[in-house]
Design a protein around this ligand. Structure first.
Ligand code: ZN
Ligand code: ZN
Length: 357
């Protein structure tokens, strides 16, 4: 945690700010370690204070050892105001995309001697780079998802509903230690595969259909995110052709992505292959996104991303092709950008699996 505080302090100093306050669940967890639902982390150039209430004092003391925990006995806004005064804060960074206008106005009124400076991305920009302790947790979250995929291959059969497949995935991941799912599980079979975000429905899986599974484990505050598409019995020639193109695009990206490229160049590694095969219009989303305490965070691999990829960044690579009234295919890995290229964290096979009917 100390390294994260130091990096934040450097960013504050560069912008002439005395302190930052965050009440955002993910940023607060990242900077302090606190996993509860209420609390305010205030970080100055040499102090770190955590304001919370009776319910969370012991938890905050245990989870956020780098912070001095302050018990808010009456109104939180008063306790925060007192701390800001005590810390001598004049210019306070507030997270403009993460607090409400109501909070901003109430703070402005209550902290009259403090200038509130709207900022964005101060902690999120630190979160882009994963440290060793984060990678250890994320690798475990990925392993839980990989194991769940292997398990669910025995469940996907003609006659089974998509929601039963989703439930089996989720139940298995919970049994392996996941605290939940990172996002609503996608199980899209047959023509529903054309819906990039086809949440598991009551549709019954049929022989000859492909099934796209997109799911992830929430584990110790982090997330995994994997997609595989399998075939239940022999697929049509058309679907097999589509699968092969998506796989080629996915492999082209994970084999060539490397530090120094922009998010846009990373995106082109999948998009150019799919466009050259004639399916450009059927691939309407970006190649991937950052992954960490949130399922979607920076950096993006997209046609408009100028972010330069660096070692330590973690992104998904998930091209797809979607054709209405036919179906779709998506294949997604979680990859860590390294000094020379990338390390693929997700281990499940990407060869087309044809399940027995
Ligand atoms: Zn996904
Ligand atoms: Zn994803």
């Amino acid at each position: 945690m100390q390294g994260r505080l130091e990096r934040l302090r450097k960013a504050l100093a560069e912008q002439g700010l005395d302190a930052l306050i965050t009440e955002n669940m993910e940023n607060r967890f990242y900077i302090s370690g606190f996993t509860g639902s209420t609390g305010w982390a205030i970080i100055t150039k040499d102090e770190a204070v955590f304001v919370t209430d009776f319910r969370y004092i012991d938890q905050a003391t245990a989870e956020a050892p780098a912070f001095q925990v302050v018990n808010n006995e009456r109104k939180a806004i008063e306790a925060i105001g007192q701390q800001l005064q005590k810390l001598g804060v004049k210019r306070l960074a507030v997270e403009k995309n993460l607090i409400t206008l109501g909070t901003f106005e109430a703070w402005r009124e209550a902290f009259s001697s403090v200038e509130l400076v709207p900022t964005s991305g101060m902690i999120e920009n630190l979160r882009i780079y994963k440290d060793a302790s984060e990678l250890e947790i994320i690798k475990q979250a990925v392993k839980i998802a990989d194991d769940a995929f292997a398990h669910v291959l025995n469940v996907i059969r003609p006659g089974v509903r998509e929601i039963d497949v989703a439930l089996e995935l989720e139940f298995f991941m919970r049994k392996q230690g996941a605290t939940g799912v990172g996002f609503e599980t996608i199980v899209a079979s047959g023509v529903r595969g054309a819906l990039p975000h086809g949440r598991a429905s009551e549709k019954v899986i049929q022989a000859g259909e492909m099934v796209t599974l997109d799911f992830g484990a929430a584990y110790k505050g982090y997330n995994s995110d994997i997609t595989r598409t399998v075939s239940v019995g022999e697929p049509s020639d058309k679907m097999r052709e589509i699968y092969d193109i998506v796989l080629r695009a996915q492999l082209n990206c994970v084999n060539h992505i490397k530090p120094g490229m922009t998010g846009k160049e990373g995106d082109a590694l999948t998009r150019d292959i799919i466009a050259a095969a004639g399916y450009g219009a059927a691939y309407g989303h970006s190649t991937g996104h950052g992954l960490g305490v949130e399922v979607h965070e920076q950096p993006n691999l997209s046609a408009v991303s100028e972010t330069v990829l660096q070692p330590g960044m973690l992104v998904t690579v998930e091209p797809g092709i979607y054709i209405s009234d036919l179906g779709g295919v998506r294949i997604e890995d979680d990859v860590l950008i390294t000094e020379n290229g990338c390390e693929i964290l997700t281990q499940s096979t990407k060869e087309l699996l044809i399940l027995p009917v």
